[in-house]
Design a protein around this ligand. Structure first.
Ligand code: FAD
Length: 293
């Protein structure tokens, strides 16, 4: 199929993109890497009157770190998230998740901002952003604001961004000594979207032996979500004590957490398995089994 006709605007600067968004609002669609929008246009699932191309705009493709946080521009490609040395050091769970996004060709073009702005419930990054407590930076001609990931993903392909807002980047606290992560994805084939997946981030609490654990689920429901019961169990027990009994309790807690959120009982069960395997990976440093069939 061919797309419905649209006006094409190529933005050379953030300001040009924001001015076009202010003018056309919900009649416009942002084109970043095009890996989701172009198929949607071709299938006429999206019929914007105007397409604002930000793909070659300068200034949103940075990975920068200060002493506390890492800032990632919206136009950073998935492939860079996978391979960048600073991301591997400061946000290793993001580097791991990037390897599960589609195929290398798609990862070369698709962007962090596109994957987050799309809010696909089966995509990896929204769950990574939730687990890492990412702050999403939105800009419009009205100014800039920061939205916590927990408030950003509100439904299937639905986010808290207003029609005139551009996602310009994310900020995430960098990993500190004692922090750890687990990531596990269940998909039919390598490169497919997840049937269910889990991201676990453990942040060591400074000055104590304790840790704060966050568990985020993707693929199993209409929106990426936190599994707070499972996280509470993992926060209360020191990681080496995560034995089979505790992991079973985590699976059960995940199913409870997803009681009203999962697509069905099967997906809730898969999510429980993914959380238990991600937890085992975190506890034992076990190599991730790639995309179990
Ligand atoms: C075969 C196939 C398999 C895939 N598998 C996966 C997978 O396993 N996991 C996964 O996460 N993704 C997967 N994808 C999608 C891919 O990762 C896309 O790159 C990503 O979803 C969107 O990034 P993009 O830069 O291509 O965005 P685009 O396609 O350009 O845009 C996507 C949407 O986000 C909006 N948008 C883009 N950037 C911004 C911004 N900065 N501010 C506001 N709105 C914006 C657009 O208007 C559009 O609605 C797959 C795609 C294909 C074709």
């Amino acid at each position: 199929m061919t797309p419905a006709p649209f006006e094409y605007i190529r933005a050379e600067t953030v300001e040009e993109a924001l001015a076009a968004l202010a003018e056309y609002g919900d009649e416009a669609a942002i084109l970043a890497g095009g890996q989701s929008l172009v198929p949607m246009l071709a299938m006429r699932l999206a019929r914007p009157a105007v397409v604002i191309d930000i793909g070659s705009l300068a200034g949103l493709d940075h990975v920068a770190r200060d002493d506390r946080a890492v800032s990632v521009g919206a136009l950073v490609r998935h492939r860079r998230m996978e391979l960048d040395a600073e991301i591997a050091r400061a946000l290793p769970v993001f580097a791991e998740a990037a390897r599960f996004v589609a195929t290398p060709a798609i990862r070369n073009a698709g962007t962090v901002g596109g994957a987050l702005a799309l809010g696909d419930p089966a995509a990896e990054y929204p769950a990574v952003a939730l687990a890492l407590e990412a702050r999403l930076r939105l800009a419009s001609t009205r100014g800039e604001r920061c939205v916590d990931a927990a408030d950003f993903f509100i439904g299937a392909m639905e986010t808290a961004a207003a029609p005139d807002e551009l996602l310009i980047g994310i900020e995430i606290d960098a990993a500190a000594p004692g922090d750890g992560f687990g990531f596990y994805e269940i998909a039919e084939r390598r490169g497919d979207y997840a049937l269910a997946g889990a991201v676990i981030v453990r942040r060591a609490e400074t000055g104590t032996a304790g840790a704060r654990v966050r568990v985020a689920i993707f693929g199993a429901g209409e929106v990426a979500c936190l599994a707070e019961g499972a996280a509470a169990i993992l926060s209360d027990a020191p990681a080496p004590a995560w034995d089979a009994g505790l992991l079973q309790a985590v699976k059960d807690a995940t199913r409870d957490d997803l009681r009203d959120l999962a697509l069905d009982a099967f997906h809730a069960r898969l999510a429980g398995v993914a959380v238990a395997r991600a937890a085992r990976q975190l506890a034992e440093g076990e190599p991730n089994e790639r995309r179990a069939a």
